[in-house]
Design a protein around this ligand. Sequence first.
Ligand code: AHR
Length: 390
Amino acid sequence: MKKKIISMVLTTAMAAAMLAGCGSSTASTATTSTAASAATTSTASSTASKAASTATSTATSTASKDSSVVTTASGLKIGFAQVGAESDWRTACTASVKDTFSEANGFTLLFDDAQQKQENQITAIRNFIQQEVDYIVLDPVTETGWDTVLQEAKDADIPVIVVDRQVDVSDDSLYTCAIGSDFKLEGDKACAWLDAFLTAKGITDTVNIVDIQGTIGASAQIGRTQGLEDAVKAHSNWNLLAETTGEFTQAKGQEVMESFLKQYDNINVVYAENDNEAFGAIDAIKAAGKTVGSDIKNGQIMVMTFDSTKAGLTDALDGSITLDTECNPLYGPKLQEMIGQLQAGKTLDKMTYIDESMFSADTSVTKVTVSGTDYPITALTQSVIDSRSY
Ligand code: AHR
């Protein structure tokens, strides 16, 4: 236990040095659990914490059919209920968590890929409870439907950290804290950019928009769709032709775009709710004999998207994507820092939003303003892409 606590303190200090945000707050109403409140000093090994009881445990079974035990080392046991592997973003998120909670770092990680199905995540959480993990990290497929299983985790005194997307529960003491993206802000920023872009180009005619939505009911879909719908209401010349889910996948994004192109011959802007849907949409547009790009006055179809993965930014650099609004997937170090703080007995803010950027190779808009805050648009170059890790 002592070794574990020292290790947590060191790695947390390292994570804290690397990262901003995730600060503790005495004003927070976050629930503390046995494990979370156990380790206040490196001599607290006799404290009755679940962490202590599993300090030398060795996990030998998988958490569910689709789970894999990533490490069996001594130390904290973390159960991670991941959404799936639907996108490049998701792959980067999984890699970040696996790299952080590795055997080399002294963790046992029970990883579950839910294949975008909430019922699989509920099963995984129940397995994590059975296996007496120290923490459950939940990236929820959709926002609702979590009350029962989170109550079970609470009854078992296992802290739950919600990551990336959010949960909508009747009692927020059912989870300890959350860290993720402000998806509505992402949508607002993207639409503020479109507004500024159209103004810069002197485009006042009707602009026909299609929305390839994410997984319906996921925070990332709810916020980004809402951002667009609000902006459409605020602009009399923005015409939202259609909204259909592309499930955050390239294949479905392509299928949905093919269908849109058959129904409408006047599409000016594609608002894809993630990079992979944008890749599918671009393929569909090219296959239909049309061109992608920002010159919508002359018939090009402009693609806007979210995530800013390297593949997305590469398409943005060549102009296939005109705007890529960032959604940062690198949660591993942030989660490690939060767990370190909980282990040290701190109470964390209930919700922490991460800072995110915007990228375009088109430099006609250099910043947007949303609710009085300025957000710069990073002018995309190859060196910008090369400097990023996902
Ligand atoms: O929740 C984050 C979203 O989910 C990302 O935009 C998308 O790529 C992922 O699948």
